[in-house]
Every structure is written in structure tokens, then in C-alpha cells.
Write a protein that binds this ligand. Structure first.
Ligand code: ADP
Ligand code: MG
Length: 233
């Protein structure tokens, strides 16, 4: 099965006072390996909720989430955690790096905490830091890096588990135009090279042509369009 990520008729309700708020309303979405999808839509339309459900961080009220052929809904909590670790990479707007650790240590900390031997992980971390253009800054700590470099560390860290699905929430919101473009280009390259199914929430409509398709959210509902049809000409 080529569909790395499928959401089938997914709804998500949050308690809202005495009633409920429908953050996701019958959402269908399929993303294949090597596909880079942009997710746009107004604030509050459900974009981050969609990513949280796709990341198996939140269980939907209804519907199916299928990752790499596996239906997530039937899994126990520990199995979901394992699936997330093995199949899902998550990149948020704020890199959330640990201040005391160097770039390469940020990539190794999870393996270290799990008591794994670090030899292979270290080789992989060095390779990934090269992919994101940080070979020369591997031993720098977050305060010695620029915002763009910190986001690159974040991207490399998300790739450590060789994820099938890469979920990215407004990765450029804290960056200037030039750095934003280079981050989106990097996500394009990563998607091509590692064949991830990548979903990126973004407000930067000018970078949409770097992605394969655009889905728009409005009031929890999703519509999917190809890039050219939503761009002004
Ligand atoms: P977006 O990322 O597009 O801005 P969100 O997915 O964050 O949208 O939010 C969708 C809707 O769900 C909004 O109305 C928001 O207020 C609501 N919401 C988001 N997270 C929660 C939560 N943890 N509890 C209650 N309501 C929430
Ligand atoms: Mg959001």
C-alpha cells in the first residue's frame, strides 16, 4: 500500500462548556510517500488538530487514521507510542531544543534516554546534520545558532527515527522571508530524498508551488486542490 497516511471520515470534538466544538468534521485525506502537501486555512479552522490526530497524539471522536497500512485506532497506548516513534516525525514552529545540548546531542538524546548504544545513532545524526547543512555547527548549542539553524536541527531530529510521515506545523512562522524559503526548500528535499509523506501547515502562500498539492481547511472541513488552481495568475 502506497498511502503512507490516510484519514478516513475523521471527526474530532472538544468539550466546549456544556456542548462540544467540532474541530474536525468528516475529514478525508490521503498522502502518499514522497508527497509534500500544504495545509492552509484561517486560524482556528482545525489545521493543528488535524496534525495532532495524524500524529496519534489525539484520538479522533470518529473515523480512521491509517499510518503505513496500520489502523491506529485499534492500538493500545504503548503501541501508539511505539508507532509514533517509528513512523512519525513532528516539527513544530518552536524548535524546543534543550539549551544545554549541542546540535548533535539534540539528535541523540532520545536514543540515549532509551539506553540504546549510540554508535549507529551517532553516524546517522552526523549524516542528517549534513543533509540539513549543519555539519560545521554540529557542536554548537542553541543560543549559538540562528533561528533558521535551530529549525534545521529540529528537522534533522524529526528524521532520526526514519519516519514515514512528517508533520510540520508552521515551520517558518518565526523566520524572515529568505530563511523561510530555505526551510521549505529543505522540507521539499527531505520529502524527495527520504520519501516521507509530508504535511505542512503554512501561511506562506508564496511557497505553495514548492509543494505537490494544497488542502484548505475551513471550520473543520477539508478540501483538496492542486497547486495551480489556488494560485493567482
Ligand atoms: P488551527 O491550527 O487551524 O488554528 P486548531 O486545530 O488549533 O486550529 O483549532 C481548531 C478549533 O479547535 C478552534 O476552535 C480551537 O479553539 C479549538 N481547540 C483547539 N485545541 C483545543 C483544545 N485542546 N480544547 C478545546 N478546544 C480546542
Ligand atoms: Mg494551528
Amino acid at each position: 500500500m502506497n498511502n503512507a497516511l490516510s484519514l478516513v471520515n475523521v471527526s474530532l470534538e472538544y468539550p466546549d462548556g456544556g456542548s462540544t466544538l467540532k474541530a474536525l468534521d468528516s475529514v478525508d485525506l490521503v498522502v502518499g510517500r514522497g508527497e509534500f502537501l500544504s495545509l492552509v486555512g484561517p486560524s482556528g479552522s482545525g489545521k493543528s488538530s488535524l496534525l495532532a490526530v495524524a500524529a496519534t497524539l489525539i484520538k479522533p471522536t470518529a473515523g480512521l487514521v491509517v499510518i503505513d497500512g496500520q489502523d491506529v485506532s485499534g492500538l493500545k497506548e504503548a503501541e501508539r507510542t511505539a508507532l509514533r516513534r517509528d513512523k512519525v516525525g513532528i516539527i513544530f514552529q518552536q524548535p524546543n531544543l534543550l539549551p544545554a545540548l549541542t546540535a548533535v546531542e539534540q539528535l541523540l538524546i532520545r536514543e540515549h534516554l532509551r539506553g540504546k548504544p549510540l554508535k549507529d545513532a551517532r553516524r546517522k545524526a552526523v549524516e542528517l546534520l549534513d543533509v540539513v547543512g549543519l555539519s560545521a555547527t554540529m557542536h554548537k548549542r542553541p543560543h549559538q545558532l540562528s533561528g533558521g539553524q535551530r529549525q534545521r536541527v529540529n528537522i534533522a531530529r524529526a528524521l532520526m527515527g526514519s519516519p514515514t510521515v512528517l508533520l510540520v506545523d508552521e515551520p517558518t512562522a518565526a523566520l524572515d522571508h529568505e530563511r523561510s524559503e530555505s526551510i521549505v526548500r529543505l522540507l521539499r528535499k527531505v520529502t524527495d530524498d527520504f520519501r516521507t509523506a509530508t504535511v505542512m501547515v503554512t501561511h506562506d502562500t508564496e511557497f505553495l508551488p514548492l509543494t505537490d498539492a494544497v488542502a484548505t481547511m475551513r471550520d473543520g472541513r477539508i478540501s483538496r486542490a492542486s497547486v495551480p488552481s489556488i494560485l493567482p495568475n
